[in-house]
Design a protein around this ligand. Sequence first.
Ligand SMILES: Nc1ncnc2c1ncn2[C@@H]1O[C@H](COP(=O)(O)OP(=O)(O)OP(=O)(O)O)[C@@H](O)[C@H]1O
Ligand SMILES: [Mg+2]
Length: 367
Amino acid sequence: MGSSGVAALDRLVGDSDPMRLVKSRIAKVARGMAPVLVRGESGTGKELVARAVHACSQRSDGPFVAVNCGAIPENLLEAEFFGAKKGSYTGSSQDRDGYFQAARSGTLFLDEIGDLPLAMQSKLLRAIQERSVRSIGSTQEEAVDVRIVSATHKDLHAEVQAGRFRQDLFYRLNVIEIAVPALRDRREDLPALCAALLARIAQDGGLPVPHLSAELLRRLALHPLEGNVRELENLLHRAVALNDGDELHLDLMGGNVATTMAAADVASVTPSQLAPRSDAPASATEPKPAPVAEFKPTPPPLPSDLQAYLDQQEREILVRALHESGFNRTAAAARLGMSLRQIRYRIARLGITTPNGDDGASSHVDD
Ligand SMILES: Nc1ncnc2c1ncn2[C@@H]1O[C@H](COP(=O)(O)OP(=O)(O)OP(=O)(O)O)[C@@H](O)[C@H]1O
Ligand SMILES: [Mg+2]
């Protein structure tokens, strides 16, 4: 295994038995070409695992192309996956590669595979079986050498049973399964995870690494952390941002209030946090308007983790801009009204991998 593989495994913090198992499995399966399905709850580190599979493989010099299958409009899926010939659909003034072509001799990471619509599932199955794709508007099949790693937080078995996921595709993708454990099943990793996350957060912000007190660890250990490592990361992010210098404080109310309140940690919540907001109007002072509920669209539920939600939005926009500009970062930055420096920072912060690491004209699309 090369140094990039070792580094990628090191990034997966945790020495618990379930994490050791995950890591040894990654190292073992990385060598081959068999499709890997990474399964696990939200925030458990599925993407880190997928990246480690790539980094430990012989394809580590090739691209790692991450695709969020749930984030692409259905009418664009085929073009996004397989590419499109110039003029084959509105607005295409040049040939465009799809994800398959972009991932050539590397790894194609199909994230949230359970969200792929059925029609696209058939096309994907075909591409995997034939090991070739045909871009929209082309008469030619082109061979593509990619390794498929997919991930889902859904129970794909149940999705198959419910008729929402093709069984044949499921078997194709699920040749090797890596189950990433929930944080609650590896509580012993908490101290090491906190230390590693705090070090990274501090480094990103150019700050000294804050002290992790035993009291803070104890409170974290009592917190349910249903959002797994991502929730832990966000909690620590907030703690660092609100740090007054002396000691880190946890704002456990910032997370999912319902789960927090259900947990054993209720005792540590101060009364002021439980009081109703003072700016909320008292219901008695205002006459109730006539019921108009049937005309009011229900707003979407509030994100339980705003930062993770915003990161995800930002990520999708950046990935789209990059893709639409042939992975030329300068062009993508210009489209989004930011500088090259700014887009680089955001790409790095969100851990987006582009097929060509440099900022020159894209090697695979612009020519
Ligand atoms: N074992 C770990 N060690 C260090 N950091 C981790 C670990 N697992 C997850 N993380 C961090 O937690 C965050 C969530 O990880 P990742 O995006 O890989 O999870 P996911 O399972 O894909 O989550 P989601 O379902 O929300 O997409 C990332 O910032 C990642 O770096
Ligand atoms: Mg993910």
